[in-house]
Design a protein around this ligand. Structure first.
Ligand SMILES: [Zn+2]
Ligand SMILES: [Zn+2]
Length: 286
């Protein structure tokens, strides 16, 4: 069984408040865990802190972080990940930067006066790997990295482990001219068991912010359906969308998905775990 757990589901900025209580206010962080596999984490947003709390401090941590890009909502959680303060812990951070190496980028924003601690000051070992458009392995998991249209250099990831395929496309610019979906994104999501996808805007919001790097819920469904994916998790919720708005967008998404390959749509919520195995049969969207 592969467990995918959402620790932070928001885009842009943390937004804890009463109106967002059910879906949560932390920014992007999702863990992928399988038996005898060192955990994989998509993005290091503020939700990472809660993944750290859940792991506890029984022995050193070893894991892989797949970072899509370096916007604050995807990296801010790193120093608050308690397991990395433990000697003997290690995390390999994969990603890319528009300027210089990934290591240089982390060293440039995680240092005084912006923050008191640098990556090298943490007790655990942090290694950085610049990755773009390639494939590699982590234990028995196969990782694919492809380009995703956003507002700067951005990766999407596909993880295949124990017969389960998960695609992670957190920030995705919908073509403003109504053009087609980037082939690299379709490749990531092809026949996936679960696509975790940007679902930031309602149509009227997209009309106002068309070039801000994101997409509508309808576009998220379109990506998953054109790729032949089975399940879709709406992700990177707009910080202004209270629980009722996300509920409504989920109903819309399920309607858009009717009659497509996407038979299950959920709205990512903090603490939600999606457990998948090759034998998992999607439940029909209602
Ligand atoms: Zn983002
Ligand atoms: Zn972004």
């Amino acid at each position: 069984m592969v467990n995918i757990t959402f620790w932070g589901v928001r885009g842009s900025t943390p937004c804890p408040c009463e109106a967002n209580k059910r879906y949560g206010g932390n920014t992007a962080c999702v863990s992928v865990e399988a038996p005898d596999l060192d955990p994989i984490v998509f993005d290091l947003g503020t939700g990472l802190r809660f993944f750290g709390d859940a792991i506890g401090a029984d022995g050193p941590f070893r894991g892989l972080a797949l970072v899509t890009h370096l916007h604050w909502d995807h990296v801010q959680g790193l120093p608050f990940f308690v397991p990395i303060h433990q000697p003997g812990s290690s995390i390999q951070i994969c990603g890319r930067s528009d300027e210089g190496t990934l290591r240089e980028a982390f060293n440039s924003f995680m240092r005084p006066p912006f923050f008191p601690v640098r990556p090298d000051d943490l007790s655990g070992d942090i290694s950085f790997s610049d990755v773009a458009d390639g494939d590699f392995e982590w234990g028995r998991a196969r990782i694919s990295v492809r380009d995703v249209p956003h507002t700067g250099a951005t990766n999407g990831y596909r993880v295949e482990v124990d017969g389960v395929v998960i695609a992670y496309v957190s920030d995705h610019q919908e073509p403003v001219d109504g053009g087609g979906i980037a082939p690299s994104v379709l490749e990531l999501c092809r026949d996936a068991d679960l696509v975790i996808h940007d679902a930031q805007y309602e149509p009227q919001e997209f009309a106002m912010k068309a070039d801000w790097g994101h997409c509508t819920v309808e576009y998220a469904v379109r990506v998953a359906a054109e790729a032949g994916a089975k399940r879709l998790a709406l992700f990177h919720h707009d910080p202004s969308h209270g629980d009722e708005v996300v509920d409504r967008l989920l109903v819309d998404a399920r309607n858009f998905a009717a009659g497509t390959s996407v038979v299950e749509v959920v709205a990512a919520a903090e603490g939600l775990t999606v457990a998948l195995s090759p034998a998992s049969v999607p439940t029909a969207a209602v």
